[in-house]
Every structure is written in structure tokens, then in C-alpha cells.
Write a protein that binds this ligand. Structure first.
Ligand SMILES: Nc1ncnc2c1ncn2[C@@H]1O[C@H](COP(=O)(O)OP(=O)(O)O)[C@@H](O)[C@H]1O
Ligand code: SF4
Ligand SMILES: [Mg+2]
Length: 309
């Protein structure tokens, strides 16, 4: 039986209206035709270099894009098309964000109040104590203010807040930097437990090796779009099991796989190439690659490459 996604992003494009030289306005397309979904019980990891649109996707889902952003495409929660108003209603309740920056913590509120709300019931307090223990946050941490926390503590507080929100979906935007390995593994373990209880997690991460081991599927982003979505198992197996030249290159660039750098640079939104966004770096490029490239199903996964087999 096909599972129903709890969150679907369909053909999402995001551009920013920017002032170019003088008073000229230009639209800068930073996300292009992005499609992704996550089902109940599932962790979908999002991998991709800096600037590939990972945080913007999370912000688009949460309704947190700035005023100069224009958005096309659809974002559906349990099959319901989300308007800005609905996103605001669901934010922090049904859909929770672990933001990439710890500056999202409210500087004027104690840690405890941020994690549990100002008037928590017994059950919530118990859950807060448990998660603080797992994260090695000493008793009394709840009475501190954000400026009294180290970066790693602040990160653990952000993860705790999202977990205790009881949301159906957690969008975790790089939740592990600043954490030592033990704490990073603990955070990922908590996400896995939530998914096993039927929740959904979109895990944006640079620790792709860790992510491959706890995620169910992996989506690879490049220059604001998905180039491959496949079972995490394929990413553990390596290049032969993968479909897109960029995913293969990403795998080979991991330290344990030889640290092979990928020649060239991800294009800047202002200078996107025609057709395949990876084409300037791709050794397999042909003339046909200059056409618009859709996502297609290949060996049970999805890939945006006309020469993938
Ligand atoms: N408010 C903004 N105005 C203009 N460009 C933006 C804005 N926010 C992000 N961008 C651009 O969009 C691209 C994707 O950003 P982001 O989603 O933050 O990348 P990442 O994958 O590192 O999380 C980057 O090129 C970034 O410079
Ligand atoms: S579509 Fe063409 S240029 Fe793009 S990744 Fe595939 S082979 Fe390379
Ligand atoms: Mg980011």
C-alpha cells in the first residue's frame, strides 16, 4: 500500500526581488522546481553544499520567508494546501523547526520557558527533565538565559524545544554543529525514536555520513533543486548504487571515501546555466543537457539527469 506523505513540496520555486545596479530590480531565483515529500515514520535527510537552498526550503514550509520573496508551487500538509495563514497556525504545533542559527532563541526568556512554554503541565516537565538528562544538560539549566549558554548547549535546547512541541513534523536545519560526537549521535537517535513513533523528520545536515545511517531516504540538493532522492541504503552502498553524477561526487568527497574534491563551483543564482544546473561541472554533459531536466524514476529512486541509468 502506498503511504500518504504528511508533507509534500511540489514544484517549489522561490525568488527574491533584489535591487541590482542603481534602481533596477531583478528577480533572483534561488529555488527551482523543487519536489520532495516525507511520510509518517520517516526521516528524510537533505544533503547538499552551502547555498543549495536547504534552509530556504525549511523557511518556505514554515512561512518564514522575508517579504521580498516570491513563491510558486505547492506545499501540502496531510494533503491540504498550506496558505501563509495556515503555516503560521501550524508553526510550532504541527510543524516544528530546529533553526540553523542559535540566535533564534529568545534572549529575554529562560531556557525552561522556551522549551516547555511558560505554564507547563507535569507531563511536559517530566519530558523536559528526561531530554535534558539525555543531552547532559545539568539541573538548573532551565533557569538560565540564552546568553549564559555555550553554542553546543544552545543547540541542544533548540532540539529539545522542537522535540517537546509534540509536532507531527520536525524540520531540523543542521542540528548537530557545535555538538561533540556523543551528543550529535544522541540528537539523531532522538529523531529516529520520534520517527519510529510515527512522526516525520526532515533532517538537513552536513554530517551526511551520520545521516545516511539513521535516515530512511536522502534528498540531494544542488543549486536550489533536488538532483536525487533515494533510499539511504543506496548512499551507504556508494557510487554504483547512486544515480546522479553530483551524488556520486558528493559521496567520493567524504573523508572516509578519499576526500576527492569536485572540480568547479556551484553556480550563483544570478548565473544559472541553461537546462541541467550541474552541467558546467559534469563530465557526461551532452547538448541535450541544455533542455529542462525533469526528475525521473530510475532503479527505484528519483534523479534529475537524462543520462542516468
Ligand atoms: N533573504 C535572501 N535574499 C536573497 N538571497 C537569499 C536570501 N536568503 C538566502 N538567499 C540565497 O539563497 C541561496 C540558498 O540559501 P540557503 O537556503 O540559506 O542555503 P543552505 O543550503 O546553505 O541552507 C543562497 O545562495 C543564499 O545566498
Ligand atoms: S543531465 Fe547531463 S549535465 Fe546534467 S548531470 Fe546528467 S549528464 Fe550531467
Ligand atoms: Mg542553511
Amino acid at each position: 500500500m502506498k503511504r500518504q506523505p504528511v508533507l509534500s513540496v511540489e514544484d517549489l520555486s522561490v525568488s527574491f526581488r533584489m535591487y541590482d545596479t542603481g534602481l533596477e530590480q531583478a528577480d533572483l531565483q534561488v529555488i527551482s522546481n523543487l519536489t520532495l515529500d516525507v511520510c509518517p515514520g520517516e526521516i528524510v535527510a537533505i544533503a547538499g553544499s552551502s547555498g543549495s537552498g536547504k534552509s530556504l526550503l525549511a523557511h518556505a514550509v514554515m512561512g518564514l520567508l522575508p517579504g521580498n520573496a516570491s513563491v510558486t508551487g505547492k506545499i501540502l500538509y496531510k494533503g491540504m494546501l498550506l496558505s501563509q495563514k495556515e503555516k503560521e497556525k501550524l508553526r510550532g504545533k504541527e510543524i516544528a523547526l530546529v533553526p540553523q542559527s542559535v540566535s533564534y532563541l529568545d534572549p529575554l526568556m529562560t531556557v525552561g520557558a522556551q522549551v516547555t512554554g511558560r505554564t507547563p503541565d507535569e507531563k511536559t516537565l517530566k519530558a523536559q527533565k528526561e531530554i535534558f538528562q539525555r543531552f547532559h544538560l545539568k539541573e538548573g539549566t532551565e533557569k538560565l538565559y540564552p546568553f549564559q549558554l555555550s553554542g553546543g548547549m544552545a543547540r541542544r535546547i533548540l532540539v529539545s524545544t522542537a522535540v517537546l512541541s509534540n509536532a507531527q513534523i520536525i524540520l531540523a536545519d543542521e542540528p548537530t554543529p557545535g555538538l561533540d560526537l556523543e551528543m550529535a549521535v544522541e540528537a539523531l537517535k532522538i529523531f529516529r525514536e520520534l520517527a519510529d513513533e510515527g512522526k516525520s523528520v526532515l533532517l538537513i545536515t552536513h554530517d551526511i555520513d551520520l545521516a545516511f545511517h539513521i535516515a530512511d531516504r536522502v534528498a540531494v540538493f544542488y543549486a536550489g533543486t533536488t538532483v536525487e532522492i533515494a533510499d539511504a541504503e543506496d548512499f551507504q552502498k556508494g557510487p554504483k548504487a547512486l544515480r546522479h553524477p553530483y551524488s556520486k561526487a558528493l559521496w567520493e568527497a567524504l573523508p572516509q571515501n578519499g576526500f576527492k574534491p569536485i572540480p568547479g563551483f556551484q553556480p550563483y543564482a544570478k548565473d544559472l546555466p541553461k537546462g541541467c544546473l550541474f552541467s558546467p561541472r559534469c563530465p557526461y554533459k551532452t547538448e541535450e543537457c541544455e533542455k529542462e531536466i525533469p526528475m525521473t524514476k530510475v532503479r527505484g529512486g528519483y534523479v534529475r539527469c537524462i543520462h542516468a541509468d
